[in-house]
Ligand binder design. Structure first.
Ligand code: PEP
Length: 249
């Protein structure tokens, strides 16, 4: 039986003080969480500090990206082994901001997916359509293509134990969340798409929704049968709002 996972993506926000205070706030608000995984992905600079601050809590450390290379002359990059070394477990890949600003392709993201699995880390594979693609009726086509980059090269079994975050690009950071019915329809499509290859794998894969989730809309989104928690951006920077989303899951 799959369990929900709520993960906070702090993006390019924070400082040593923010890490200290936000994690203290989260520990206070989430001292006993049952039946829902909780993770946070601070900027890579603060992972080690965050890991220490999370010590003894149920909140798990995540990261926002990984390089496709394992080591060597790749200035400015961070490897899967480094993330593992500092205690990160859930690693976001394919976020729309990386696809857009860093021109990351489906193929590159699929390589990152494979190397994270090989390193024993858990990919959180972000997929989702832009507003123009949505308006052109291409949501399913785009999501299928982004999943197929992994599915058709690594097989359905590659999705065992991983997380997929459906994040419509038009809903990220805009305050305009998908409706629960819209999100559920796409989540069902994603699960069915994987089920065509392997039913058991599709049934266990955690399918998060992401895009302007907040303490007001979370419960209705999480009530949908194929929505297993959320990837949360803006609202993850406030301990009380993030904790309310966790509690809704
Ligand atoms: C995100 O960036 O993954 C995200 C979902 O952001 P927000 O919650 O701010 O829309």
């Amino acid at each position: 039986m799959r369990h929900p996972l709520v993960m906070g993506n702090w993006k390019l926000n924070g400082s040593k003080t923010v890490v200290k205070e936000l994690i203290a706030g989260l520990r206070n608000e989430l001292s006993s969480v049952d039946g829902c995984g909780v993770a946070i992905a601070p900027p890579v600079m603060y992972l080690d500090q965050a890991k220490h601050a999370l010590s003894g809590s149920q909140i798990v450390l995540g990261a926002q990206n990984v390089d496709v290379n394992l080591s060597g002359a790749f200035t400015g990059e961070v490897s899967a082994d480094m993330l593992k070394d500092v205690g990160a477990q859930y690693i976001i890949i394919g976020h729309s901001e990386r696809r857009t600003y860093h021109k990351e392709s489906d193929e590159l993201i699929a390589k990152k997916f494979a190397l994270l699995k090989a390193a024993g880390l858990i990919p959180v594979l972000c997929i989702g359509e832009t507003e123009a693609e949505n308006e052109a009726g291409k949501t399913e086509e785009v999501c299928a293509r982004q999943i197929d980059a992994v599915l058709k090269t690594q097989g359905a079994e590659a999705f065992n134990g991983v997380v997929i975050a459906y994040e419509p690009v038009w809903a990220i950071g805009t305050g305009k969340s998908a409706t629960p019915a819209q999100a559920q329809a796409v989540h069902k499509f994603i699960r069915d798409h994987i089920a065509k290859e392997n039913h058991a794998v599709a049934a266990q894969v955690i399918l998060q929704y992401g895009g302007s989730v907040n303490d007001k809309n979370a419960a209705e989104l999480f009530a949908q049968p194929d929505i297993d928690g959320a990837l949360v951006g803006g609202a993850s920077l406030k301990a009380d709002a993030f904790a309310a989303i966790v509690k809704a899951a």
